[in-house]
Each structure stands twice: as structure tokens, then as C-alpha cells.
Write a protein that binds this ligand. Structure first.
Ligand code: BG6
Length: 516
């Protein structure tokens, strides 16, 4: 058998440190494949004076610079309507990065080096002159590889893409690249998502369009793939024979935090479930890809999203619950009669051989008791009650696997154990893995991961046109039904787990939410 050394070269003496050809070809087995070297490039941020830039993008880029992940000439060109000089932009960003840096200390020397390559142009996104100015600035900076980042109000995404195309900014010189990153929300419904895709495609090929879903960049969400497909012991159980049901919860303790105007048009179903939680569901339920490559992984996610059963209009009341917390209508920017869902819970079914009949209960809400995102996979009980009644009782939740996305990132497995003492009394206990304790160190933020991926051209963790459209198809019957009715909102108190109807939805199928 041909063998390859660990360093990748041919090793004629077939020493101990060798891999079989089959192992070497398996991309999971080749660490070099996963090293990220960011090439010389510039990032052009539309909406540079906005919230996302200060809270996430600039802190992530600064952190990458601190970790020596960026090339020396890496440039940032920010643009927005506000008039600012390069220097004013640099000082503003300095204060904001200091404030929003998630980990590590702010280093003045490093900032000075990083800030020397920060530039700013003020302009109106409807004005072709802005794009001419960007073009001129990019030539002056001397970067041919460019990542355009749309972090403006979503209604400007199409406009920006049109103008980038018209100004020739999307065209690549030989050997160079031009890409565009689009923030969420990607459309307001299926029709607007398709229209936006058409406009983007007029200036960029699909391979150069990076639709961001920051949940896919979270370490713990990526780890679902490692957990499922890097181990041999879980996947045989990962199907309708052994899994009773799955619960996916993204709870937030905060309210709308000054984003009332945006949020009242979006609501929890659009804001969290259509994108983040359906991507998480797809990651939990997808088939393994043949190879760990962008197209292969995204094909499997897309296939899973297309397999989610579309809820019929007459079934919406049975499978979906909307809630609104008391006080939402008094938030700044919110209409006092708003029908917005600040809580949504949906029962999804995946119509494929692996999952037919297994409910996936998904919920998300604002002003819930705590911030917590997790996936709970409830396995069936033992088939015989060998030790009395407890071991068949699902409400005691034995054989529950919890993938904790945040906070307290980790994984726990609950199972029955014999309580010490005479007699055979069982009690659920837990085996816990905690990221912090096992790995220590700093975990990169989702934006660090995703920015590097876009710059190296790896779209594995970005959503594709067909995925976005499939997710809209899944939620659209619910949105349409909700738009056509008048809810008796508000229907839950801040600090509770949402409306009673959400509990009833599970009770109707003999289940209950895990609220710990
Ligand atoms: C955003 C939503 O996409 O995700 C916000 O628009 C929400 O409403 C946020 O608060 C949650 O993200 P995270 O990473 O804090 O779970």
C-alpha cells in the first residue's frame, strides 16, 4: 500500500509515522488543510458608522491582527453617510474596539499599526460618485483582492450590489478576487429573498456571495459536525429508532435593546428561527458529507432544509405558537398596537428516512428567564422497566444529550445510575464536557471565524441561495397565517418561558420543554 508521511511528503522507509493512503485522502485527517492564511486584501465596509461595525466587525478584525492572522498590508475601507476624516474614523474605532473587545487587552502599539491601514469615505449609497471614490481609494491602497461587506440597513443591499456592479468593482483582475458578504436579514420573505439574490447575481457569481449567519461561525455550532462525524459512537443512534425528539432553544434575557423599529417588522420567527435556528437544526440533522468541502457540506445542509415538512395553513395553530412580552409595545420605536412575535415556538418534522416522525421543537424569545442556547436530544427510554417504574419515565429525562451552544459551552449526557445504598434505586446523573475546562484559552468569536473564511474563500459556514430560499419556504406558511390574525398580545410576562400555549403545544404530543 502506498503511504504518505504526516508532513505530506513521500516516505520510502514506511516508518511508524505514516498514514495509509485512505487516511491521508480523508480531509478530516489532514490538519494542514485547515490552516488559514489570509491573503493580501482589503475589506470595504458599507455601514461603517453602524452598530455591527463597532460591536462585531472591527473588534474581530483587531483581534485577528493581534493573533497575527492578517497580512501586514491588510486594509479596511469604511463608508457611510456621516462625514468623517480618516483620522476621526480611526479615533472613533479605537474607542469602540476598546469598549467591545470580547477578550484580551487592548494594545496601543498594535492599534497604531492596525489603524494606519484604516480608511474612510463618506457618501450616499445611491450616488454613483461614492463607488467611483471607492474605486480610486482601492487603487491608491493597492489592493486587488476585495471583500465588500454589506452591513447597512437591509433595504440598501440591492442598491449597493447594483452600484458595485455598475462601477465595475465586482470585476476581478487575473489571479485576484472580489467577494461580497451580506448580513442578515436576507430578505423579508421568499419573494424578497429571491429578488435580492437576482440583484446580487447580476454583479457577483454565486461562489463569490457570502451570506452570513453568525450562528454557523460559533465554535459550538461547528463542533456539532465534529461531535457527530468525528466520532463513531453517536451516529448509529442518531435517527428515529433511538431519538424520541429534539428541542432547540435560543433564549435571551434581554429585550429589543433600542432595535424596536427593526424588530417590530421582523419578529422572533424571522429574526432567529428562519435563519439561525433552522441552520442549527440542519447541522444537527443533516447527513454526513462525503468530503469536508464547502459544496459537499452545504449540499447536505440544503438537502435537510428541503426535507423539512412544510406546515399547511390549517395546521399552523397546532404546530406554531407566537408570543409577545408585556412591555414590548412600550419600547422606543414600537407601535403601541404591534402584533410582533417576540417569542416563537414551532414543531418541525423532517420528512426523510432518518427522521420521519421525530418532532423537532424549536423556540426562541426575548425577555425569557436567562440567556441560553442549547440543543437537547432526548433518546428513547430503555424498552423494559427492569428496575421499577423510574427507568421508563421520560419525564425524568434519562439519556438526554445536551449540546450547549452558549453560555457555559459544553456537552452533557444524562443517564440513570444506581443510587448508592441497598436496593436498586435509579437516579439520573450527568457526564459533562466543558470547553473552558478542556481547552482553556480564548475561543474565537463567530465573526473572527467567518471573516477569515470569507477572505480565504471558504464558504462552508455561509448560507447559499438554495438554503436561504428553502428556509423561507419553511417559515412562510406560519408568517402568512400570523399576519392574517389578530393576537391577544401581550401574552407572557418578562422573565418567564413564554406563553402557556407553547407548553400546551408540547403537552399535546406528550412532551414538555426542558427549562433548566
Ligand atoms: C441576531 C438577532 O441575529 O442574533 C438578535 O438579530 C439576537 O435579535 C442575536 O439578539 C442573538 O445572537 P447571539 O450570538 O447573542 O445568540
Amino acid at each position: 500500500m502506498t503511504k504518505k508521511s504526516l508532513s505530506g511528503g513521500t516516505n520510502p522507509d514506511l516508518s511508524m509515522l505514516t498514514l495509509s493512503m485512505a487516511e491521508a485522502q480523508n480531509p478530516f485527517a489532514d490538519p494542514l488543510r485547515f490552516e488559514r492564511r489570509v491573503p493580501e486584501c482589503a475589506i470595504v465596509i458599507f455601514g461603517a458608522n453602524g452598530d455591527l461595525t463597532k460591536r462585531k466587525l472591527l473588534p474581530a478584525l483587531y483581534q485577528l491582527a493581534a493573533d497575527r492572522r492578517l497580512p501586514a498590508n491588510f486594509a479596511v475601507l469604511g463608508t457611510s453617510r456621516t462625514q468623517l476624516s480618516d483620522d476621526a474614523f480611526r479615533s472613533k474605532m479605537r474607542e469602540e474596539v476598546k469598549q467591545f473587545l470580547e477578550s484580551g487587552d487592548f494594545d496601543d502599539d498594535l492599534w497604531s499599526r492596525f489603524a494606519a491601514n484604516l480608511h474612510y469615505i463618506a457618501g450616499d449609497m445611491n450616488d454613483p460618485a461614492l463607488y467611483q471614490a471607492i474605486c480610486a481609494k482601492l487603487s491608491e491602497i493597492g489592493q486587488r483582492n476585495v471583500l465588500f461587506y454589506l452591513s447597512t440597513q437591509p433595504s440598501y443591499y440591492g442598491t449597493a450590489a447594483d452600484h458595485i456592479g455598475a462601477a465595475g468593482l465586482g470585476e476581478t483582475a487575473p489571479g485576484a478576487w472580489r467577494r461580497i458578504v451580506v448580513e442578515k436579514p436576507f430578505g423579508h420573505d421568499l419573494a424578497s429573498a429571491k429578488a435580492l439574490n437576482d440583484r446580487l447575481h447580476a454583479s457577483f457569481p454565486e461562489e463569490e456571495i457570502y451570506r452570513i449567519d453568525h450562528y454557523l461561525g460559533k465554535e459550538t455550532v461547528q463542533n456539532i459536525l465534529a461531535f457527530r462525524f468525528g466520532n463513531g459512537i453517536f451516529e448509529p443512534l442518531w435517527n428515529r429508532r433511538y431519538v424520541n425528539h429534539v428541542q432547540i432553544t435560543a433564549a435571551e434575557a434581554i429585550g429589543v435593546e433600542g432595535r424596536g423599529a427593526y424588530y417590530q417588522e421582523a419578529g422572533a420567527l424571522r429574526d432567529m428561527i428562519q435563519n439561525h435556528l433552522l441552520q442549527v437544526l440542519a447541522t444537527v440533522a443533516m447527513e454526513p458529507a462525503a468530503v469536508f468541502e464547502p459544496h459537499a457540506v452545504r449540499d447536505e445542509r440544503a438537502k435537510l432544509l428541503r426535507s423539512i415538512k412544510i406546515i399547511q395553513p390549517q395546521e399552523v395553530a397546532k404546530f406554531a405558537v407566537a408570543g409577545q412580552y408585556k412591555g414590548f409595545r412600550e419600547e422606543p420605536g414600537v407601535d403601541p398596537t404591534a402584533q410582533t412575535d417576540t417569542f416563537a415556538a414551532v414543531t418541525f418534522y423532517v420528512d426523510n428516512w432518518r427522521w420521519a416522525g421525530v418532532p423537532f421543537f424549536v423556540r426562541s424569545g426575548k425577555k425569557l428567564p436567562k440567556r441560553s442556547t442549547d440543543i437537547a436530544i432526548q433518546f428513547n427510554s430503555a424498552p423494559l422497566k427492569l428496575f421499577g417504574s423510574a427507568d421508563g419515565d421520560l419525564s425524568k429525562r434519562p439519556n438526554l444529550l445536551i449540546l450547549r451552544i452558549q453560555p457555559e459551552e459544553g456537552i452533557s449526557l444524562r443517564f440513570f445510575s444506581k443510587q448508592p445504598g441497598s436496593g436498586m434505586h435509579l437516579r439520573p446523573v450527568s457526564m459533562d464536557f466543558k470547553y473552558g475546562a478542556s481547552f482553556g484559552g480564548r475561543t474565537p468569536s463567530a465573526y473572527e471565524t467567518l471573516l477569515v473564511d470569507a477572505m480565504v474563500g471558504d464558504a462552508t459556514l455561509y448560507t447559499r441561495q438554495d438554503m436561504v430560499e428553502a428556509s423561507w419556504r419553511v417559515v412562510e406558511p406560519i408568517l402568512e397565517n400570523w399576519q392574517s390574525q389578530k393576537f391577544h398580545f401581550p401574552n407572557y410576562d418578562a422573565g418567564t418561558w413564554g406563553p402557556e400555549a407553547a407548553n400546551q403545544m408540547l403537552a399535546d404530543t406528550g412532551h414538555q420543554w426542558r427549562n433548566s
